[in-house]
Design a protein around this ligand. Structure first.
Ligand SMILES: CC(C)(COP(=O)(O)OP(=O)(O)OC[C@H]1O[C@@H](n2cnc3c(N)ncnc32)[C@H](O)[C@@H]1OP(=O)(O)O)[C@@H](O)C(=O)NCCC(=O)NCCS
Length: 153
């Protein structure tokens, strides 16, 4: 395989075997990471759980649930050394495609008020601020508000 082909991101379903690597990334980028059980429950519940590999290494992943015409992004994460290379956007575009195919009319997600990277990504893709959910997230000191953002599909 050429070096170029090797650097093309490949997205596939997340399996239980990925959870070691997924948890290593998750705990290195969040102050309050999901647990292994959160990912396992999402896989078992049949949510859309995907990983992105580059050169055979998992560098990003996400979890999406689609129900009643609404798609909800529950998790979207890129390993720190791989951030700001377009992988988060690629994964979100894939989720948008899948949601449209499934007939969803709207995509929703919550993001921490302080998360400039996340908010920047969503705003760059046309998500709009819909509401504030006060104290939605645990924080290092107390709680932090979530911004509910939405995209019409
Ligand atoms: C937020 C996150 C998913 C973005 O993924 P990424 O691969 O790093 O971002 P991309 O390279 O796809 O960026 C796409 C656009 O989003 C915006 N963006 C991404 N990171 C940003 C940052 N740190 N600050 C401001 N805008 C940012 C920019 O508009 C960017 O386009 P540009 O690079 O052409 O300016 C990733 O940084 C991440 O996993 N962060 C830690 C976990 C997290 O916060 N997840 C989201 C929880 S809601």
């Amino acid at each position: 395989m050429s070096a170029l082909a090797n650097s093309v991101p490949h997205i596939r379903d997340m399996t239980e075997a990925d959870l070691g690597r997924v948890m290593a990334i998750e705990s290195s980028i969040y102050t309050h990471p999901w647990t292994r059980g959160n990912f396992l429950d999402s896989i078992k519940a049949g949510y859309c759980c995907e990983v992105m590999e580059v050169g055979g290494e998992v560098v990003a992943y996400g979890v999406l649930v689609i129900a009643a015409g609404e798609a909800h992004v529950l998790n979207i994460s890129v390993a720190r050394p791989w951030q700001r290379r377009g992988y988060g956007r690629t994964l979100l575009l894939r989720f948008i495609d899948q949601s449209r195919h499934a007939g969803a009319l709207q995509m929703l997600l919550e993001v921490r008020q302080s998360n400039e990277g996340g908010r920047g990504l969503y705003a760059s893709m046309g998500f709009r601020r819909m509401a504030v959910r006060p104290g939605y997230y645990p924080a290092v000191h107390g709680r932090e508000d979530a911004i509910l953002m939405g995209l019409d599909l």
